[in-house]
Design a protein around this ligand. Sequence first.
Ligand code: GLA
Length: 389
Amino acid sequence: MNDILVHKTIDFFQQTFKSEPEKIVLSPGRINIIGEHIDYNDGFVLPAAIDKIICFAFEKNNSDRAKIVAIDLNDEFEVYINEDQNQTDNVWTNYLRGVLNQLKKNGYTVEGFNCVFSSNIPVGSGLSSSAALECGFLFGLNELFNLKIKPIDIALMGQKAEHWVGINCGIMDQFSSVMGLENKVIKIDCRTLEFEHHDANFSDYSLVLFDSNVKHSLFSSAYNTRREECDEGLSIISANFPEITSFRDCKEEQVLSLKDKMTANVFKRSLFVVKEIRRVTQACEALDVGDIVVLGQLMFETHEGLSVDYEVSCAELDFLVNTVKKEKSVIGSRLMGGGFGGCTINLIKKGQEDAVKNKLTGLYQDAFGIELKIYDVKIGNGTSLYIAK
Ligand code: GLA
């Protein structure tokens, strides 16, 4: 599938610019096994890059302008690369403008270039197509102009670009897009940015994504509000337990003891965060020893927490999780990513995938009148240069 995407991108580039691209870059979306909404709370997360990608083709154009074409959107824009970039109404361009600003801010100089890109990452499904866009674009410019930016800084600058667009996100998405490895999940310590790759061996179970096919507009405002609520929670915790400066060092009993000092929402958010940090450690240990039943149980618990305490679920996602929970062949399921729509991630007994998919498709259609989209997950490499076979 990705070969088709690469050829389409190269063909389009050749037709548009009448030349061969100098660099071709593949940049993936991501899944997350467990550890939601804790990348910005000093927690651990367990994501992986997937085989759904954006393909970029680049060349220098010996001018002071960048011309960038989004093949799938049938849209393009042009900028003077030495100028500061401003936000526009054309949102997809802002991610790339944000990256150009980051380069300038960090003292990197680029010259004029042409770029085209095309994607097979579903947009708005919680698979981080925006992180793939930021990181793939920056990775390509790094290669084209030999800027010597380190991979971790590509992720961090991509994250800053996302903040500039308006979502005060953590580091998980950009980190996984850059650092992914085939068949490995990445355990990221979001406090230190240290990371380990662990085998993505789910034994007798397959990873399947069910895409609710909805994206509620609440997402960005609610996301930013959750961050503020967590900041408030942590400041109350620190005021009462001065030795605690991070959710990482906080115990559940300590949050419970402060219930009367917090608003109901701040209390629920803080409790979720502390529990979720613990769950990731347990889940990673379970994965390492092949205890997929425990891993699945933790995923169900995460969903419950995200729905009831963190309040980032929605009727469609709750339906998808609660429906498969009744199936013996599904041992784990939860909403994945920021919430308010997008996908659930599921562990389904091998051989039973089709039965579950068919049943859920019908039930979801009956309940919401919406078509369920389904993706079988393959864990792939992080952002890299395409090498023709
Ligand atoms: C979005 C953000 C990430 C992370 C997740 C929730 O994907 O971009 O940084 O916070 O939501 O875990």
